[in-house]
Design a protein around this ligand. Structure first.
Ligand code: HEM
Length: 84
């Protein structure tokens, strides 16, 4: 069963202490243990921690990257999201 997160829950996880969560599309990813091995660097990931990084993610990666890391990093889904 996938856990449901509000946007506010995710927003409260934006530093090393609380963990670094990011939203990609409707998914919530915990990248706390991944930032130091992220090929694009840790800085760029820290900058979007707690936020919806879909736009940035799809700019630099393809579906294969997300699939490859989903098992390891995805912790749930966003329950409510403003549709643009
Ligand atoms: C679940 C989250 C993420 C995962 C698993 C991930 C994974 C990866 C991987 C595997 C690469 C190596 C290139 C490739 O294989 O395509 C990469 C590169 C990169 N990533 Fe991420 N990434 C994530 C999130 C992000 C976010 C949110 C940003 C931007 C804010 C970002 C920016 C970049 C950049 C700039 C590169 C380098 C691209 C290049 O050198 O051409 N990544 N990432």
């Amino acid at each position: 069963m996938s856990k449901s997160f509000s946007v506010a829950d995710v927003a409260s996880h934006k530093d090393a202490e609380s963990g670094l969560y990011i939203i990609i599309d409707d998914g919530v990813y915990d990248v706390t243990g991944f930032i130091d091995e992220h090929p694009g660097g840790s800085k760029i990931l820290k900058r979007v921690a707690g936020k919806d990084a879909s736009k940035q993610f799809w700019k630099y990666h393809n579906e294969g990257v997300l699939k490859k890391y989903t098992d390891r990093l995805k912790i749930g889904s966003v329950e409510e999201k403003a549709k643009l």
